[in-house]
Write a protein that binds this ligand. Structure first.
Ligand SMILES: Nc1ncnc2c1ncn2[C@@H]1O[C@H](COP(=O)(O)OP(=O)(O)OP(=O)(O)O)[C@@H](O)[C@H]1O
Ligand SMILES: [Mg+2]
Length: 270
């Protein structure tokens, strides 16, 4: 059951500010992601575009959700507002019950660092840092924020690289890695702090089929083994069917939102 009241905009679960009878556990049962009538306008004047036009949805903890839709329909923009990388023009977004609109920029960045891992089509690694250093970045930020003991940072970063099969590449710079290896570093970096939610925007868009499959298998391994909520933007219908739920977008709207056929068949058979 979901607490009907707004939750104070801080990072820790706590009893409802309106003193309703719901306790800490019920606060924890807020959806992982909730959007209420979210709008986003980008650009100015004649270039202004109403990119998201009233998106309402809830994603439960541990779900895997594919977002499909034609180019320009607003998929990346939806991901950006969900991940707190873009402020919506209207409406409300809450992650694990915390309303992002109530957070200033610093608090929002800290919140993102704690709850969200993000993987993009074009890996966004820092070229002057080795694979190990890239993966250590979010861990160092977590340490600076007092959320992590600094002692094990390098070991943890090395373990994450090992888990994506890059044990032998820790000292390589991005330019010394293949595209698939770079995306694996980006994935290790996104997962290093064990975020509750992983956002991925066409993570295989720049990779060949076989390499892309490796990345997707790693994404789903994180989702299945760690219980990470997964929101995956893709153009690939077959890949979308690996997710439990498929959201389709067109022109800034959600046009359909349903359990994927493959998942429903498995559920019906069990
Ligand atoms: N800064 C901006 N100013 C104006 N319009 C923008 C801006 N950024 C994006 N848009 C527009 O917003 C719309 C949605 O863009 P978005 O990147 O979310 O689409 P998408 O569904 O991810 O597309 P693709 O599949 O090509 O990645 C597009 O029409 C785009 O031109
Ligand atoms: Mg996009």
């Amino acid at each position: 059951m979901v607490c009907p009241h707004s939750v104070p905009a801080d990072m820790s679960p706590q009893p409802c500010a309106n003193k309703c009878l719901m306790n800490k556990r019920s606060i924890l049962s807020h959806p992982a992601i909730r959007l209420d009538d979210v709008h986003l306008n980008l650009g100015q004047g004649r270039a202004e575009v109403h990119v998201l036009r009233g998106i309402t949805l809830a994603v439960e903890d541990g779900e895997s959700v594919a977002v499909l839709g034609p180019s320009g329909s607003g998929k990346s923009s939806l991901l950006m507002v969900m991940a707190g990388l873009e402020r919506p023009t209207g409406g409300d977004i809450a992650i694990a019950g915390t309303r992002l609109g109530g957070l200033d920029e610093d608090a929002l960045a800290a919140f993102r660092g704690k709850h969200a891992g993000i993987v993009f089509q074009s890996f966004h690694l820092i070229p002057t840092m080795t694979a190990l250093e890239n993966v250590a970045i979010p861990l160092e930020l977590a340490q600076a924020a007092g959320r992590l003991d600094g002692a094990g940072i390098w070991e943890r970063a090395a373990r994450e690289l090992d888990s994506v099969g890059l044990k032998q590449r820790v000292s390589h710079y991005p330019a010394e890695l293949s595209g698939g290896e770079q995306q694996r570093v980006a994935l290790a970096r996104a997962l290093a702090t064990r975020p509750a939610i992983l956002f991925a925007d066409e993570p295989t868009g720049n990779l060949d089929g076989a390499t892309g499959k490796q990345i997707i298998d790693l994404l789903f391994a994180a989702h299945e083994d760690r219980g990470t909520t997964l929101v995956l933007v893709t153009h690939d219908e077959a890949l979308a069917k690996r997710c439990g739920r498929i959201i389709r977008m067109a022109d800034g709207h959600i046009t359909s939102d349903s359990a994927s056929k493959r998942t429903s068949r498995v559920a019906a058979a069990s």
